[in-house]
Ligand binder design. Structure first.
Ligand code: CA
Length: 241
């Protein structure tokens, strides 16, 4: 029996571009569904039956940032790659803050997009495989508990919803508490690639993780900034002040 095909949802109102992407992804072995409006895309994405979503920014019905925000608010954690013609820092940061996992600025090469999609899926598969063998729950300070097998985080008794990237980033830090990682090291380890300007992705994910796990987001005690270097997870055995 052939393995089930990975399913990709394309939400893109430029029909020729959507068709071109769909054809290439199908040639690469993916099953693809295309939707040409934001509101219809949100409904399709909410079924939760996709492995990855390609999401255009400017869309009729509902724009891509809204679609992304709605999905994350409703705890749909399917990886999202945002597509946009507006290659500005503001849009990048906004998209990533709202929970997108990656970003492609138009015009992009279809081969590069396909490679990026495969890398993202591989990374998620790999981290899921590692965490499946690493089944012991991890206890952090301030009553934060990570269950690698369930990919679940319990913060002071409440289950919090993390995107795949947020979870992977947190899990990565737990492997070496106290060790400082630069943004480009984190990009390399958790995203699987790095390119100029993408360090924003790390900052955004750290900020969103802090909002979810820290007692006081403005005074983090778990995910610490090491000025001029990067970030580290406070060693749970030494309570830093
Ligand atoms: Ca568009």
């Amino acid at each position: 029996m052939e393995p089930a095909k990975r399913r990709i949802l394309i939400i893109e109102d430029e029909k020729e571009l959507a068709a071109l992407i769909a054809r290439h992804l199908e040639d690469s072995g993916f099953a693809v569904q295309s939707v040409f409006r934001g509101d219809a895309g949100l409904r399709a994405a909410e079924t939760g039956t996709f492995d990855l979503i390609l999401l255009d920014l400017m869309l009729p019905g509902m724009d891509g940032l809204e679609v992304c925000r709605h999905l994350r608010t409703r705890h749909v954690q399917t990886p999202i790659v945002m597509l946009t013609a507006r290659n500005t820092e503001v849009d990048k940061v906004l998209g990533l803050e709202l929970g997108a996992d990656d970003y492609m600025a138009k015009p992009f090469g279809i081969a590069e997009l396909t490679a990026r999609i495969k890398a993202l899926l591989r990374r998620i598969d790999g981290l899921a495989a590692v965490s499946a063998t690493d089944t012991q729950p991890i206890q952090l300070a301030h009553n934060v508990r990570i269950d690698p097998r369930a990919r679940q985080v319990i913060v002071r008794g409440k289950s919090v919803s993390l995107t795949p990237k947020e979870f992977d980033l947190l899990l990565f830090f737990t492997r070496n508490p106290g060790r400082v990682y630069s943004r480009s090291q984190l990009l390399d380890a958790v995203w699987g690639y790095s390119h100029d300007g993408y360090e924003h992705a790390v900052n955004c994910h750290i900020n969103r993780l802090r909002a979810k796990i820290e007692v006081d987001q403005a005074r983090p005690e778990l995910l610490l900034t090491v000025w001029g270097v990067g970030y580290k997870l406070a060693d749970p055995t030494t309570h830093e002040r």
